[in-house]
Ligand binder design. Structure first.
Ligand code: PRP
Length: 185
């Protein structure tokens, strides 16, 4: 689905498919350089990271393994609580591995803080984070994100893996959802 297919639902288009693609390629070149000679394990966080995982991994010039985790945050409403339940865990041992967590968005950062701590406890050689988008105004802790695609405003965004009520995940770019879409429900 292209941005133009749902343009009326968006109050603003933030990034086009081409802009995201170019930025992910730049990051892939950095990852290639930083992990040269190391066995890289990409850990994607379902469901939102499917697009960025697919694009980042294919833009790499070197080998990588891919694994997935599914997690769910406890707590009321849409706000992240930082208390996380693992719904699907990794199927590999992390001892000695170079792990790069791949996320669609860092919002409060609470999910990732939990995840990094959880993965570090498994004895990897390193754990770093790559995210397609980050909301600097929403971050509630000091997690270090090594690779950031774009810093974005603290608004409800959809597309490129990010959903509203399960929809818009398959939209190619990133846009701010017009409040009329969720206020009318
Ligand atoms: C999103 C995103 C991160 C998390 C970030 O997942 O993929 O995992 O929220 O929020 P935080 O920084 O405030 O902790 P979501 O729970 O929306 O699940 P989804 O990826 O399946 O849509």
């Amino acid at each position: 689905m292209d941005i133009d297919d749902v343009r009326d639902d968006l109050s603003q288009v933030l990034y086009s498919r081409e802009q995201i693609d170019e930025r992910i390629r730049q990051i892939a070149a950095e990852v290639d350089r930083d992990y040269e000679g190391k066995d890289l394990l990409l850990v994607g966080v379902l469901n939102g990271a499917i697009m960025v995982m697919s694009d980042l991994s294919r833009a790499l010039r070197s080998h990588c393994e891919m694994e997935w985790m599914a997690i769910s945050s406890y707590g009321a409403g849409t706000a992240s609580s930082g208390v996380v339940r693992i719904l699907k865990d990794l199927s590999v041992d992390l001892v000695g591995r170079h792990v790069l967590i791949v996320e669609d968005i860092v919002d409060t950062g609470l999910t990732l803080a939990y995840l990094v701590e959880n993965l570090r406890a498994r004895g990897p050689a390193s754990v770093e984070i790559m995210t397609a988008f980050r909301k600097p105004e929403a971050i509630k802790n000091k997690i270090t994100v090594k690779y950031v695609g774009f810093d974005i405003p603290n608004q409800f965004v959809v597309g490129y893996g990010l959903d509203y009520a399960g929809k818009y995940r398959n939209m190619t770019g990133l846009g701010i959802l017009d409040p009329k879409v969720y206020l009318q429900e």
